[in-house]
Design a protein around this ligand. Structure first.
Ligand SMILES: [Zn+2]
Length: 249
């Protein structure tokens, strides 16, 4: 079997497993019940599965690009959501390029990673200018993780990319350890067509968490490497600056 065929069969396999997983998920939804009752063909169900919001947006945009921003506290699944969207774009055979700021040395340097272990290949860059310089003309989707660590040039860069017809997806922290807006994310939120806010669960009380609680003393804005140094907290349990780690014993 040639390499191309091998890749193809792997992709078909992925599509098939995604199809069955989604069917299972849709099991309780009336839309699938209707589909079953009307004996809708497998092809139509497959279209239902893959004709997701992103695809519909793409068609509706008529060749014009746009900016999507995913924001939330630490442990809220931002990177996971970014990786999910990038993987879907790749399954749809779109050309994807992914970047992250060089400041983030967590896990592998050439990857973006979620706390749950999902990864996606990415290119580390120092500045927004460096990012722009590396974009290929035929790229359709540009993913950017840890957007809060970029310089303000990222706002113009995102606009330029969207203006040239590309779909730009930026994930990042919207608030710092003081609970203050984390530049340049607020400005990216302003220029974005689509915004997703992800939430974590407060480790103290189980409520919806919107804050990243620092659990050590430091006045540095950027402390990379979240493991053991931060926890998700709700509005009531969050203490700006720092607090001692929650003890569950
Ligand atoms: Zn709480």
């Amino acid at each position: 079997m040639t390499l191309t065929n091998d890749t193809k069969s792997r992709e078909i396999f992925t599509r098939k497993s995604l199809y069955w997983t989604t069917l299972k998920r849709l099991d309780n939804l009336s839309i699938l019940k209707h589909a079953t009752q009307r004996k809708v063909s497998r092809k139509m169900v497959e279209e239902l599965v893959f004709d997701n919001t992103e695809e519909r947006r793409r068609r509706r945009q008529n060749g014009v690009g746009w900016v999507e921003v995913i924001v939330g506290s630490m442990f809220s699944g931002k990177s996971e959501e970014l990786i999910r969207r990038l993987n879907r774009a790749r399954i749809a055979r779109q050309k994807v390029q992914v970047f992250k700021p060089k400041i983030d040395k967590r896990y592998s340097v050439e990857e973006i990673a979620s706390h749950s272990g999902m990864t996606h290949i990415s290119k580390p860059v120092m500045t927004a200018e460096e990012l722009l310089a590396q974009i290929d003309e035929d790229t359709e989707v540009v993913g950017i993780d840890e957007g809060q660590f970029f310089d303000k040039g990222i706002i113009e860069a995102a606009n330029d990319l969207a203006n040239s017809g590309k779909r730009v997806i930026v994930a990042g922290l919207d608030q710092d350890y003081m609970g203050k807006p984390f530049e340049p994310m607020p400005q990216l939120l302003s220029i974005a067509e689509f915004i997703t806010k992800t939430h974590a669960i407060c480790v103290k009380c189980g409520a919806t968490a919107n804050y990243s609680q620092r659990t050590f003393e430091s006045d540095e804005l950027v402390e990379v490497g979240a493991s053991g140094k931060y926890e998700a907290r709700c509005r009531k349990c969050f203490i700006p600056h720092s607090d001692k780690p929650t003890n569950h014993d």
